[in-house]
Design a protein around this ligand. Structure first.
Ligand code: FES
Length: 376
């Protein structure tokens, strides 16, 4: 077999790793325990650069963790961590004088195991459950409370009123997601490693389909025609649970950046915002900005709010007055009427004609500059 010189030996000190090029391949070289080993640099998951991953002793040997999402490979055998079937490609290494050479072809071929569940497969292949006539309304409640101590939530109550009206009077199919009931991880910022590290479906969901956001992705992206987002006001903002969910929706918006692929088309969003003190318009504005970046459209008067104002610190009377309010009952219905009417109009639009005037990866001034550490 042919061997290719790739690096001087003294350029790879003990306890270090480096990415080198052999022909048109990028190889991760490791120098640990007085031995030099070589693996394919592109992680089998999404192509993260293994040569700049962290190496540590664990399981039955030395393993490198991919810097993108943490898949692990034995740096000698290329095998994945115990319990996984993946096999990274391994190259033979020779030392000649002060020169490191590696085989031109791998001596062990890469093999990616099958990881997908049926739901992941639906997400990956965007098997939408909407139709030209469907009226699927998803309510998402972002209020937080301890599940063993449930209390009355004004935002959730208004959402329940809206959904009940939509079911009974407008013939909608409705579902409700209570974010507090879902166990889901925070966005872990893979995008900051590389735009390709944040892909669809979300890497966290892909690594763990049991993660609670899988339900949000499936219901919001595949099933819903309308999303009604309900949140309390917390320090003038939507709740922290809302933001936890919103950060995990980066995966949806990022498809536009990466592939000019719009996942959300012909869907409408509306909002319910309640708080003891005010800031309703600010919260609505922030949420509308985010949802329009996902691709949602809005009805006229796209949110309803409830607040008793800046001095209303007598919170014990908030629920009491909310429950007596005719306005809440009326607004919960009117919000849905406007939203459903807007959806009917929107369904007449040709989704193929919807474009996203957003930055794409090639719009960056530095897009032509190569980063030698990365595989893309
Ligand atoms: S773990 Fe390597 S690319 Fe995701």
């Amino acid at each position: 077999m042919e061997f290719i010189p790739v690096l001087k030996l003294d350029e790879l000190p003990a306890e270090s790793s480096k990415i080198v090029k052999a022909g048109n391949k990028k190889i991760a070289l490791f120098h640990y325990n007085n031995k030099i080993t070589a693996l394919g640099n592109a992680c089998l998951h999404r192509g993260g650069p293994l040569g700049i991953g962290h190496v540590k002793a664990c399981y039955d040997g030395l393993y490198v963790s991919c810097p993108w999402h943490g898949w692990e490979y034995n740096i000698q055998t290329g095998s994945a961590a115990p319990g996984y079937e993946d096999q990274q490609s391994v190259y033979e290494v020779k030392i000649d004088d002060n020169q490191i050479l590696i085989s031109s072809e791998p001596v062990i071929q890469a093999k990616k195991a099958f990881h997908d569940s049926p739901l992941l497969d639906d997400l990956k292949n965007l098997r939408y459950q909407t139709s030209p006539t469907s009226l699927n309304i998803l309510g998402i409640s972002a209020t937080n409370m301890h599940k063993d101590l449930p209390r009355f939530s004004t935002s959730e109550d208004a959402l329940e009123k809206s959904l009940a009206f939509a079911t009974e009077q407008l013939g909608a199919e409705t579902r409700m997601i209570k974010l507090r009931d879902l166990e889901f991880r925070h966005c872990e910022g893979y995008y900051s490693q590389h735009m390709q590290a944040c892909n669809w479906p979300c890497s966290i969901t892909e690594m763990n389909p049991e993660d609670g956001m899988t339900k949000v992705y499936a219901d919001m992206i595949l099933w819903a025609d309308i999303v009604v987002m309900a949140t309390p006001i917390r320090w003038g903002q939507a709740s922290s649970l809302y933001y936890k969910m919103a950060e995990r929706l980066n995966t949806v918006q990022n498809q536009i950046t990466l592939k000019n692929k719009i996942l959300v088309k012909n869907k409408v969003a509306a909002f319910i915002i309640t708080g003891g003190q005010d800031n309703i318009q600010q919260v609505a504005g922030q949420m509308m900005c985010f949802f329009t970046d996902l691709g949602f459209a809005f009805p006229p008067f796209s949110f309803m709010g409830w607040s008793r104002g800046w001095t209303a610190e007598d919170m014990d009377k908030n629920v009491m007055q909310f429950k007596k309010s005719d306005y809440v009952v009326r607004a919960s219905k009117e919000l849905m009427e406007n939203t459903v009417e807007t959806l009917k109009q929107l369904k007449r639009m040709n989704p193929d004609k919807i474009t996203a005037p957003k930055p794409r990866k090639n719009d960056s001034w530095s897009s032509e500059i190569e980063n030698p550490d990365q595989n893309y």
